[in-house]
Design a protein around this ligand. Structure first.
Ligand code: SAM
Length: 287
């Protein structure tokens, strides 16, 4: 089957990676719909979830599930079908497959087996958010989800503290506040963050602030803690970071010897760091 320009839309024995909308059902390309209609089978992260999309576009192709818990098992079966000349499309619940979503083991196996892998591009929350963030998008780092555990999260943030490129994270509503609190502890309150919430949906919000300001803003309005989030951290200016690390180190030493208020006052005086930011951090360390 060929499209208007004579390009083959769907070829037997190929594996198609199809990006689907991240909220607004209209955000899907014509080619994606055509391929979904004509492949032999669609491997979907959650068949019930994807039913809405398929029904909207009158796609009645057979679906099977491929998710985090059966992915490795599915690879053999899907590869056998592909090698038998059948065409398979992979979709996830939202956005681009493989990007913090299932698909990687199948793509690796397909390429190793010489099966043609065809990407059909579309939405990806990280890219959608980054483009609208106002942060540098020429170079960026995609970190996906940080760990669910605060210790591991802080460790990763410490490793990233000198990263000069924009850092893009995914986060869930259950952990967004804890993540920002860990950012404040590790990076201080002054670094700029931009949050893309509920992108392409009714309550789409793109908000920019310092880490400290973002925490205060979201605490004051709990509605801002709902939905899906892309969190983008402005790249470090290495000079600022070195100063920040030094003042946090100083604060730690002073806190070991002095009451909190006195330690904070002295640290602010000696390092030039903001007293209220040091105070917040000291309180978090002690809680
Ligand atoms: N593969 C998807 C993609 O290409 O964006 C990402 C899947 S990952 C399991 C889901 C996470 O992506 C959410 O927890 C959230 O961090 C982010 N996300 C997805 N849709 C979003 C949206 N409409 N607005 C903001 N973030 C979104």
């Amino acid at each position: 089957m060929r499209d208007l320009f004579g390009v083959i839309v769907m070829q037997k024995g190929s594996l198609y990676l199809i990006a689907t909308p991240i909220g607004n059902l209209l955000d899907i390309g014509f080619r994606a719909v055509e391929v979904l209609k004509t492949v032999d089978v669609i491997a979907a992260e959650d068949t019930r979830h994807s039913k809405t999309l398929l029904q909207h576009y009158q796609i009645d192709t057979k679906m099977i599930s491929m998710h985090a818990h059966n992915e490795e098992l599915r690879v053999g079966q899907l590869l056998a079908w592909l090698q038998d000349g059948q065409s398979v499309a992979v979709i996830s619940d939202a956005g681009t497959p493989l990007i913090s979503d299932p698909g990687f083991p199948l793509v690796r196996a397909a390429r190793e087996a010489g099966v043609q892998v065809v990407p059909v591009p579309g939405a990806c929350a990280a890219i959608v958010a980054l483009c609208a963030s106002g942060l540098p998008a020429d170079k960026f780092v995609f970190e996906g989800f940080l760990s669910a555990k605060s210790g591991a999260r802080q460790k990763r943030l410490t490793e990233l503290q000198d990263e000069a490129r924009t850092v893009v994270f995914y986060e869930s509503p259950h952990r967004i506040m804890a993540m920002l609190a860990d950012m404040m502890t590790v990076l201080g309150g002054g670094r700029k963050v931009v949050i893309g919430r509920e992108l392409t949906k009714q309550y789409e919000t793109i908000h920019e602030d310092t880490i400290e300001g973002m925490l205060a803003w979201m605490t004051a309005d709990p509605n801002q803690q709902r939905g899906e989030f892309v969190v983008m951290l402005a790249g470090a200016r290495v000079d600022d970071n070195a100063k920040q690390t030094q003042s946090l180190r100083m604060l730690k030493v002073l806190l070991a010897e002095l009451p909190l208020k006195q330690a904070v006052r002295l640290c602010a005086e000696l390092s030039g760091a903001k007293k209220n930011e040091l105070y917040e951090i000291a309180l978090q360390w002690q809680s």
